[in-house]
Design a protein around this ligand. Sequence first.
Ligand SMILES: [Zn+2]
Length: 327
Amino acid sequence: MIPTYPRRRRRRLAVACLIAASAAAGCSSSSGSGWPRKAATTTRPATPSQDAHAKAVPGKPERDPAERAAAEARAAVEAEAARAEAERVARTAREAAARTWGLATPPLVAPAPPATKPVLVDNGQHVIVRPGLPPVVRRVPTTDKVVFLTIDDGAEKDPDFSRMLRELNVPVSAFVSDYLARTDYGYFRDLQAHGVAVNNHTLNHKDLRKLGGDALRREVCGQQDSLEKQIGVRPKLFRPPYGEYTAEALAIARSCGVTAVPLWNEEAFPDRVEYRYGDHKLQSGDIILTHFRGTDTWKGSMADMLRRVLREVTGQGFALARLEDYL
Ligand SMILES: [Zn+2]
């Protein structure tokens, strides 16, 4: 807290000075913000034609335009000060939450979501597009410095992890299998209530390459129905177990409301992030896979996993963004 006081004092001094500058003439400042120059322009001497006009209309207050300009300048200065203060408060809260969860650096904040979702064009590697089938995506085409964290299955329902997501305000997407999630769909309803989209990962987590027809439809569309009933939202995104699928599986998924099939380029664990490519670098739009798992199968908790992911993501200059805003 202590280091913030001088900054606040400087800002208040600058605001006071600038208000004075806009109301009267001249108040030199070395703050370097753009404000003083802007305020100073409102107090420059009237031009000869303005003087002539003022004399031609007796009784009209000569300083009206200047006062109006000064009021506008004051309002602009106050709005900027309020914006800066709100930003400072938000940054302080982010830093405090980061410290609480053992992060030296707060997560970067994602830019505003794109006005329109990126167009998906087949590139044979990160985006696979086949006519009539939902696109399969490992990396979303975007230049935003964002990556996406996606969490599969649903065995572990860790309340600390849920709290950590909320307090750090980082977006993730869930892909749940009914056979694991159904012991407590309330956990996922709570995640969804805090902005986590809960997507389809089939009813029973079978290898879809070994299924066809009605059995395949039951696995995929059955979980669409189940999630609509349990969570209240019919998912648009579907992830096949093991990342394995057939054209028939994609066609069936599309028939029951799926618009895209996100896979992944990285997989995260509490103690490491594994990369598909040898350069070990995240790229804009990369999708990261992890799981709802606990210390029974991992060398750490889900909170440890998220800490590991955020150190990697923030360290490489990326923010986590919401996959559903892009796909
Ligand atoms: Zn899975």
